[in-house]
Write a protein that binds this ligand. Structure first.
Ligand SMILES: [Ca+2]
Length: 292
């Protein structure tokens, strides 16, 4: 092959390029290897200009766990509320059923234990009665029930709607009183259907405000000084009683059956016969909402 000037120029260019590459790949401050003893030094040598300044490396102990960091753009603006303070019941809070439990009474008629008042079975005979053994008038008796869940906090108070089903004609509870409490559940309602723990009187002093009372089957309900008295008559009836309390976070309900001479048998129920004043409360239900 004849070497032309073009070949010479090409060789010159590639030679220059190789030289430049060799210079680029060989930093001038790298220790020069002059003999075998210098090889170890050369192998350990690093271009210190490429090593990050360790003073700038964050201490990993100070770095937050990124797995729990959320994109702050997605985090809603949360009010600064301590964790153990319940959120207030919102305006318009829908009436919510409160589950009753640990039915407890001062006395229950055998077969008509107070537990039947919250067994979700409103059938007539499945209720709370208080007839004593044998023949004789009944005494005033009381029952208490725990709320399975404490009702929501509400700075405005709580509206309580109580539904009492009396499904046995001639055995309506006609004279009674309700009370509510915020006491701890271990202070009342030990589940005994007779001789049960009703709690100290002081836990049932939550002030109540009467709102309304309605009843089915043309029964009317009068309210006076904390007590309810229904109109005479033997018909079965379901009562709907609405009360307001300034308290919230309620834990229980008390029902007192109270004697009243206005009732033919003397009350509290309108039962006659062997046990005047007896009644059968077939079912009790409670719902709560924010006090308007
Ligand atoms: Ca029942």
């Amino acid at each position: 092959m004849r070497i032309t000037s073009l070949h010479v120029a090409y060789l010159a260019l590639t030679t220059v390029g190789c030289v430049e590459l060799q210079y680029a790949a060989a930093p001038t401050d790298r220790p020069e290897v002059t003999d075998a003893s210098d090889v170890a030094i050369a192998m350990d040598a690093r271009d210190v200009r490429d090593v990050p300044d360790v003073r700038d490396v964050p201490d990993v102990r100070d770095v937050p766990d990124v797995s729990v960091v959320t994109d702050v753009r997605d985090v809603p603006d949360v009010p600064d509320v301590p964790r153990d303070v319940p959120v207030d019941m919102p305006v318009g809070f829908e009436p919510t059923v409160v589950t009753l439990q640990s039915a407890t009474a001062s006395f229950s008629q055998p077969m008509y234990e107070v537990t039947h008042a919250i067994d979700s079975n409103p059938a007539g005979g499945q209720g709370w009665g208080i007839a004593p053994p044998g023949i004789g008038a009944v005494s005033e008796e009381s029952a208490v029930f725990e709320f399975m869940s404490t009702t929501p906090a509400s700075t405005n108070g709580t509206r309580v709607v109580i539904t009492m089903v009396n499904n046995v004609a001639g055995f309506r509870l006609a004279s009674f009183r309700f009370a509510l409490t915020t006491a701890a559940r271990d202070q009342f309602a030990n589940g005994l259907v007779s001789g049960g723990n009703l709690g100290l009187p002081g836990i049932w002093t939550t002030p109540l405000t009467f709102v309304s009372a309605a009843a089915t089957n043309a029964v009317t309900i009068a309210y006076d000084a904390g007590a309810f008295l229904t109109s005479p008559g033997m018909t079965a009836s379901t009562y709907t009683i609405t009360l307001d309390v300034t308290a919230s976070q309620l834990t229980g309900l008390r029902l007192d059956a109270i004697r009243n001479p206005a009732i033919p048998g003397g009350g509290p129920g309108n039962g006659m016969g062997n046990n005047p004043g007896n009644f059968i409360v077939s079912d009790l239900q409670v719902s709560v909402s924010r006090r308007p």
